[in-house]
Design a protein around this ligand. Sequence first.
Ligand SMILES: [Zn+2]
Length: 279
Amino acid sequence: MRQPIRLATCLALIAAVCAPTAPAWSSAADPGAGTGTTKDSAKASAATAKKTEKTKKAQQVDCAKVKCIALTFDDGPGKRVGALLDTLKKHNVKATFFLEGQYVKARPELAKRIAKEGHQLGNHSYRHPDFTKIKESEIKSEIVRTQELVHKLTGKYPTTLRPPYGLYNDQVQEVAKELGLPIVLWNTASHDWASRDQKAIYREVLKGARRDSVVLMHDWVDATVDVMPRLLTALKKKGFHVVTVDTLVRGRTKLQPGEVWPEDATIDSSDSPLVPYQH
Ligand SMILES: [Zn+2]
């Protein structure tokens, strides 16, 4: 029985995706996806082990029991992501970075640092096209190129997809499903790209912050990087644990390939820039 099903599935897919049956980054192919580095290097040093332990502890927050919020940063790595990472480290919090292939290529060291410091990696295409306006083969290529590049540099595959501008249709969902990636959007927008103003970003995020919010931000916006220390302090004061998307859903739901999450995702055209910003 197994063979015909596999064959049927493969016939529906493009040949490149079918060999191997599941993409290397899908949970079916690699249950350890996301922790690949430990697996890859047989001789993990004691220091690395210690760091991993620290990361694990930070991720052990149970969002079913405590108030959590996920900050997500799109389009990076931005030029100043280093300063942002310093702030996140200082506050001992993890975030999710939806990386854009072209900037991963331009700033490989920053991409490596994001991964090394235990943040979650997401795929935000290679060049940021509107996925609802390009061909299926182009959507695939945008995603796969980024998957491979991020893996080559960091040893980890992004585990979720955020299509540019949050725009998707049936075809995008179909491709995401084939490639084993859930579609992660947001339900709180900071409008940081539009205001570029620390006070406005601070106000918008705190206004929209609810338990389990997924906040959209951009790490190429200077004001976002600059307001982060104050913002993290304020969120903590309000009782929030700032976590990755993985931690937010852990133990409560398993995001399925092609599924759009969160359920209350509200995409407004002012949430993200309508034209790609070169940064
Ligand atoms: Zn974007």
